[in-house]
Design a protein around this ligand. Structure first.
Ligand SMILES: Cc1ncc(COP(=O)(O)O)c(C=O)c1O
Length: 426
């Protein structure tokens, strides 16, 4: 029965019993966290062998390079070959960075503001206005970078197979102030959407008004499948074919493969992009952490080693995602109060309440001891036009704690929905 079809009396009575339970939750002191996409401890433990990989190897050499020493600006050759195989990238197109791909994205924007790209007319800081297209719901930290640099963000709706490409094409091809777009092409944060081949080709065939328009292709979840390995088209190849090789910049990392905080991050692009970035990087650093690159290569050995490892992650993560969506299905399906995504990989579930309820759900959840991603955070400037989207991150709590957290969350959804429906009837 939908809540909308219930009488006022039925809703008030239901609200009373839900509220009694809420008050117990609000006062029991239990604290549960499902805010950020952090791996659980057991996921970190499966990379333990990496800690001894170098000691077992006997030395710190790779292709005659002593990894303990300075140098190797864009990464070890063996690491470029290895990550090229894992992420389907030409080793020559790769620059290996530190531990964070987000850091590389930030640096890329910062370089664009200070120096411009190889095809820029001037540094972005000298442009009267810089705008970015932001498929949403999306990743709050992408939006935070834009906000910090004063980049005007334009929200573009996410659809089942990627962003609204008609809107992206119309805007990017007519407004030369639009300099870029954020993309999480596989298991998008937070919707779990996987870009279709048509979407990837539509990106590659863009003819933007800005000569230095860049697609920030943040492939953070490239190999994070639960079951079937899904392959998306390679944006670098597609843009090469369409004659715009400089348009895409690919980012990835092993943050959610080995250790967030001690993984290896990389970016990839055209020969011209890579040459310009390396020239600037040479002033910024003498080289990244090659020992970390080496231990990753030694630990995994090859693509098959990574695939076997990702299967272990999936065995921990998939039951958690199923637990959340099963509970939503059981408690909220048919109530007319919510919808949610059921991703087949990645780290997030996107939850949509009735329009206008997300902030109240968030406030109620905080009051019930839950840490959840703030309502609005999945949209530019923290402004969800429908006030309905909340990102659920099931990975961090052990499964029993996750179930307890989702139980509380569902209660909050029910309470906020009843308040909204009764409020509209007044
Ligand atoms: C889409 C996306 N990109 C990047 C990151 C962060 O990546 P890294 O740890 O490599 O900085 C995350 C982390 O949640 C993410 O969801």
């Amino acid at each position: 029965m939908t809540y909308q079809s219930m009488t006022d009396e039925q809703l008030i009575s239901l609200r009373g019993s839900l509220m009694r339970q809420y008050e117990i939750y609000a006062s029991d002191g239990v604290k549960l966290d499902m805010a950020r996409g952090k791996p659980e401890k057991s996921q970190l433990d499966i990379s333990e062998g990496m800690l001894s990989a170098i000691a077992e190897n006997g030395d710190c050499m790779s292709d005659d390079v002593d990894c303990r020493n300075y140098g190797g600006l864009d990464g070890l050759d063996c690491a470029k070959r290895f990550f090229g195989e894992v992420f389907d990238l030409n080793p020559d197109s790769i620059i290996i960075g530190g531990n964070s791909s987000l850091n590389m994205m930030y640096d890329t924007i910062a370089r664009a503001f200070s120096f411009g790209f190889c095809d820029s007319e001037r540094p972005w800081s000298k442009e009267p206005k810089v705008k970015f297209l932001c498929p949403s719901p999306g990743y709050d930290r992408h939006f935070a970078i834009c906000e910090l640099f004063g980049i005007e963000m334009i929200t573009v709706d996410m659809q089942k197979d990627g962003p609204d490409m008609d809107k992206i094409k119309r805007l990017a091809e007519t407004d030369s102030a639009i300099k870029g777009v954020w993309c999480v092409p596989k298991y998008s944060n937070p919707t779990g959407v996987v870009y279709s081949d048509d979407t990837v080709r539509a990106f590659a065939s863009l003819n933007p008004a800005a000569p230095d328009f860049r697609i920030f292709w943040d492939n953070a979840y490239a190999i994070h499948d639960f079951d079937k390995n899904i392959k998306i088209l390679n944006i670098l190849d597609e843009c090469e074919k369409s004659g715009r090789p400089n348009m895409p910049l690919v980012f990835a990392s092993t943050s959610k493969v080995t250790y967030p905080g001690s993984g290896v991050a990389l970016m990839a692009g055209s020969a011209e992009n890579v040459a310009q970035i390396k020239k600037l990087l040479a002033i910024q650093t003498i080289g990244p952490d090659k020992m970390n690159q080496l231990r990753h290569v030694l630990f995994f050995k090859d693509r098959a080693g990574v695939a076997a490892h990702m299967k272990k992650h999936a065995e921990i993560l998939a039951p958690k995602f199923n637990a959340v969506t099963d509970m939503f299905e059981k408690e909220l399906s048919g109530t007319g109060t919510a919808s949610w995504t059921t991703p087949k990989g990645g780290y997030f579930i996107s939850f949509d309440s009735l329009c206008g309820c997300a902030k109240e759900i968030y406030e109620l959840a905080v009051g019930a001891g839950l840490t959840v991603t703030k309502a609005g955070d999945t949209y530019p400037y923290g402004k969800d036009p429908n006030n309905s989207n909340i990102r659920i991150a099931p990975s961090f709590p052990p499964i029993e704690q996750l179930r307890a957290a989702v139980e509380r969350f569902i209660l909050c959804v029910k309470l906020a929905s009843i308040d909204k429906i009764l409020g509209e009837r007044k």
